[in-house]
Design a protein around this ligand. Structure first.
Ligand code: NIG
Ligand code: FE
Length: 426
């Protein structure tokens, strides 16, 4: 049935104006409409505007029989987009969390056989069906905090069989999940070097076995690499991305998390869609990104910041203010994974972005909607409340959109609409 959300106290549209992610001053432009209305027909947004204009629209289109949701005391936003997660994993690593509290670093734990390697062991041991079931269960938590579009990465298989297992799960969940969430698969074979292989052999496996299979079976939209000391460097990334782009995968990067070793140069060389993490990003690299983005011939590189990682690992926060000042679009994501950020809650990330990255409520709202849509190449479908787009919409029981980060740690989400269906109502 069609739905009218009427008399919305604050309708945050995050409307996109120029076909580019929002950067600089426009990162603050949330396209706010007071006392607005949204009409949803089938799975799409059919009308956005004032009461008076809705009455005209209703008459002209002879609209009858629709469900009405009263938005009088409510705030309505686009469905949130979590553009960086590793939600398909087995096991958990609370023991490592305790080790870190006792003074070990993330890198020390990884060297001692924990970290990514420990999750790889758990994933390899678990059947595909079981891994799919536990991953499907996690979607409920994402939805409960407002996520309606979700990226998910492989990277805990680290061999052909298990990387494919994860990517197949992501593709199957995209088709079958009970909420109708959009789930976007990313190939992150280059997440770590498996214990049983040399780096050279593993990169050959990525290039000559995994990439051809993934491309042939259309299992991933993006190719990601963890550029970091002890993981993959610029030369490795060159080998992998030069093939990945030939196979039609769009590059993304985990870079500048602990050490800055040239990830930004690689992102620019291959026209990555996003650079993610950036805890130790250098001023000179901010300027390079800014220059690259200002050349309109290029697709913009969005900076995807993951302040939940800084919080969870007790490391640097990302330089959001310098990025925004230099006209680099900023997106925010959870990075949900068992080692460096164990939360599905994007609202907590928004709160951290406010307090620790010094981003305004407006900048944050664009960062989890339209800019995150750009970081997933999904901006034509979702990320804003505009006619013709998918009806991915959240209704919050709060007095103003600024209340979202102010009432931290509390979930005031009342209704989640995905592709025109109410998937959560509390
Ligand atoms: O994005 N940095 C590398 N990869 C993940 C962490 C993976 C893990 O610890 O299991 C991240 O932080
Ligand atoms: Fe990550």
């Amino acid at each position: 049935m069609s739905i009218l959300i009427k008399d919305i106290k604050q309708l945050v549209t995050c409307k996109n104006k120029n076909g580019l992610p929002k950067c600089g001053k426009s990162q603050s432009d949330i396209g706010l409409i007071e006392n607005g209305n949204v009409f949803i027909e089938k799975n799409k947004i059919a009308f956005v505007g004032s009461n008076k204009d809705f009455r005209k629209f209703e008459k002209i289109n002879n609209i009858k029989n629709y469900k009405v949701i009263n938005g009088r005391e409510k705030v309505v936003t686009p469905g949130f987009i979590d553009s960086h997660t590793h939600f398909v994993f087995a096991g958990s690593r609370e023991n490592e969390y305790e080790m870190r509290l006792a003074g070990s670093t993330y890198q020390e734990i990884a060297k001692a056989g924990g970290g990514i390697a420990s999750t790889v062991n758990s994933v390899r041991k678990m059947s595909k069906n079981k891994l799919k079931d536990i991953s499907a269960d996690r979607l409920k938590k994402f939805v409960s905090y407002g996520t309606t579009t979700l990226e998910g990465k492989s990277g805990y298989g680290l061999d052909l069989k298990n990387e494919i297992k994860i990517l197949e799960i992501l593709n199957e969940l995209n088709k079958e999940n009970k909420y109708g969430l959009d789930i976007i698969p990313t190939f992150l074979g280059a997440h770590s070097i498996p214990k049983d292989k040399s780096k050279k052999d593993y990169i050959s496996e990525i290039c000559f076995e995994m990439l051809p299979y993934i491309a042939k079976n259309k299992l991933a939209k993006f190719a990601d690499i963890f550029i970091e000391e002890g993981y993959f460097d610029k030369a490795d990334a060159d080998k992998i991305f030069s093939l990945a782009v030939k196979y039609g995968l769009i590059p993304k990067l985990h870079t500048d998390q602990f050490k800055s070793i040239g990830g930004i140069d690689i992102a620019i060389k291959y026209g990555a869609i996003s650079v993610d993490h950036l805890e130790v990003l250098k001023e000179k690299d901010i300027l390079k990104l800014s220059k690259y983005n200002s050349d309109k011939k290029n697709r913009c590189i969005t900076a995807t910041l993951l302040p939940g990682v800084s919080y969870f690992l007790n490391i640097n926060y990302q330089p959001a203010r310098a990025l925004i000042k230099n006209n680099i679009p900023v997106a925010l994501a959870t990075d949900f994974n068992p080692g460096s950020c164990m939360t599905e809650n994007l609202q907590i990330i928004m709160s951290l972005a406010s307090l620790k990255l010094k981003m305004s409520s407006e900048e944050i709202l664009n960062a989890v909607t339209i800019n995150a849509a750009f970081a997933l190449n999904m901006e034509d479908k979702t990320g804003s409340i505009e006619t013709g787009k998918q009806a991915d919409i959240l209704i919050f029981d709060i007095p103003s959109y600024k209340y979202l980060v102010y009432n931290f740690g509390v979930n005031n989400l009342q209704t989640v609409i995905k592709k025109g269906s109410i998937i959560l109502n509390s």
